[in-house]
Design a binder for this molecule. Structure first.
Ligand SMILES: Cc1ncc(COP(=O)(O)O)c(C=O)c1O
Length: 343
């Protein structure tokens, strides 16, 4: 595999990229039982800063809970790395001051430790702007029941530019339905959910589109394969209700900043695909995609190959905030150079 960065954080150790291997009979590889996050770090005037890191790590722990992976009490992969971690108490010392979950005994991880580990791997790789991928995964165990398996946690960070490369993308309403909310827990970011996403986005691309848009089981617009969606009408924003979507951290940020900074009304509602023609603009939001205009949905042109005015305003404001240019939102940024969060 192409080397993306120098180091990976794995179960408390920083190891060279090339040495980060798992056994081929890994439970999460076979059954999609991992849980993960996608996070971004941006350059600011004060140095690199990670956007909404605490929220992402909180969601990671919640997702792990959903999959019955007790991170707070789990054993890391092997005794050697566990002993090494216990010798290195530096990450533990910061957790109290962060006001986050305390470690559940000596064996597991607290949210604060994983926050600090995330900052550490960005520092170790000497990165400024980067994408960060924490993943919690079971060990090598065959059979669906993961009971008894070790629980691993890794964090990778590497430079990764814009997820969608066009100013405004062409989107296909997918023939694949978004996972029924009673078939899984849609608020959790579970690796297995992404089989549905991959089928939808691959099919869209094979049909000449840039990205897919999935409907839920009732025929309402749900979300993109890895993005939430917003629509614009008369300077108002509309976004699908929670239920069949991953309620994204970017989605929540956009709702807050559109209301507070731009004085816009934002409505969460059920949206059918035949309502799309009533909107003037549409855009995707998410950590990877940031804010990206949708110019066309199936045959229906909204803003074509161009980004609409409202989308532009929101995208620019979002980028200003993640780059630390709007003071009010410093609360959403963790400086990589700071060992602990002093907010
Ligand atoms: C299916 C799905 N929906 C929405 C999002 C956006 O979530 P966030 O803004 O938390 O990155 C993502 C990305 O994580 C996703 O994978």
């Amino acid at each position: 595999m192409q080397k993306l960065a120098d180091f990976i954080w794995l179960n408390g150790e920083v190891i060279p990229f090339e040495e980060s291997r798992v056994h081929i009979l890994n439970h999460s590889l076979h059954y999609g039982s991992g849980v993960f996050e996608g996070i971004r770090c941006y350059e600011t005037d004060k140095g690199p800063a990670v956007f909404r890191l605490n929220d992402h790590i909180k969601r990671l722990f919640r997702s792990a809970d959903v999959m019955q992976m007790d991170l707070r009490r789990s054993l890391p992969a092997d005794l050697e790395s566990r002993e090494k971690r216990e010798r290195d108490s530096s990450t533990r010392s910061s957790e109290k001051s962060l006001g986050m979950t305390e470690a559940g005994g000596n064996d597991g991880w607290s949210e604060a430790e994983i926050v600090e580990a995330t900052l550490e791997i960005v520092r170790k790789n000497n990165l400024a702007e980067c994408y960060i991928r924490p993943l919690v995964f079971y060990g090598s165990k065959m059979g669906l029941d993961p009971a008894g398996s070790e629980i691993n946690i890794m964090i990778a960070a590497w430079p990764w530019g814009k997820y969608l490369s066009k100013e405004a993308v062409k989107v296909k309403i997918s023939d694949f339905t978004r996972i029924h909310p009673k078939s899984s827990v849609m608020t959790a970011k579970i690796s297995g959910h992404y089989a549905n996403s991959i089928l939808a986005s691959t099919d869209a691309k094979n049909n000449g589109f840039d990205e897919a848009l999935l409907l839920d089981y009732r025929g309402n617009i749900a979300e993109g394969p890895g993005e939430n969606v917003f629509f614009v009408k008369d300077n108002q924003l509309f976004t699908p209700n929670k239920g069949s979507i991953l309620p994204g951290i970017t989605r929540a940020s956009i709702i807050e900043i559109a209301q507070r900074e731009l004085g816009m009304r934002v409505k969460e509602k059920d949206i059918k695909s035949d309502e799309i023609k009533d909107f003037s603009e549409a855009f995707f939001v998410g950590t990877a995609v940031e804010v990206n205009a949708i110019g066309q949905i199936n045959d229906l042109k909204l803003t074509g190959e161009k980004e609409g005015e409202v989308t532009k305003k929101i995208r620019e404001l979002y980028l200003d905030i993640v780059h630390g240019k709007v003071k009010t939102y410093d609360k959403w940024l963790n400086l990589v150079t700071e060992k602990t969060l002093q907010k």
